[in-house]
Design a protein around this ligand. Sequence first.
Ligand SMILES: [Zn+2]
Length: 276
Amino acid sequence: VPELPEVETVVRQLAGELPGLEILDVVVQRPDLLREPVSSFRTGIRGRSIESVSRRGKNILLALSGSSLLLVNLGMTGRLLHGKGIERQGPPPYLGVRFLLGGSGPLLYTDVRRFGHLLRYSQEEWGEESRRLGPEPLDPELTAGRFHSLLQASRSPIRSWLLDQTRIAGIGNIYAAESLFRGGIHPTRPANDLSMVESEALLRGMRSVLQEAILARGTTLRDYRTASGEEGGFGPTLEVYGREGEACRRCKLPLERIVFANRSAFLCPRCQPEST
Ligand SMILES: [Zn+2]
């Protein structure tokens, strides 16, 4: 499932390719990816040019001319593809939406399971929507003190807190697990139980893993691809996610998998003690 580093990778690539291009037309093969009729979506998009490409949480934002905005959320298996070679062997499988661009190859949205979506907003509507999301983990304005005070406001298990997009934006199960390992924090600890020192360690761990994963162009477990269709390279660097039974790279103890809130959590029982 694409999280912040995977979405950021797609965004950085598209930000170098799409701005200035006009959307000549859009063909929707899978209307269930939209939250409006195909006809109004098409009318609202066609003829606008792409002004910028950015990210908020796990969302890709295409700012369009006329103060409108197209949000693309990749869901679990979505891909946003652009560039030469994308259609070399014909249209890719599971094509959902095809944007025909002036002076460039098309922009394609594909999605096997179709949990993703494409939504149109006005800039004002999006501003309101964006305020409902938590802060960006890499925003320098998110200081350790502010992070600690946000954690103090919740008794949720810290892993659940990290996954809640209204608390902090962009983290999913992979980077929650990796951040907690780097911070030395057990995933079931209540958020408001973390000391200032622990909050700081978690924030530092989260930022380092996100930045390293962005440099490696994200983690491909199965479905995620960059905008040019390549796999991300961070997978082998994962320290706990998906590694239950294998040795912790720090202390050599076997890593554990526990399940709570219906999802697996991966941890080292020695590096991430349950109580302090
Ligand atoms: Zn360990």
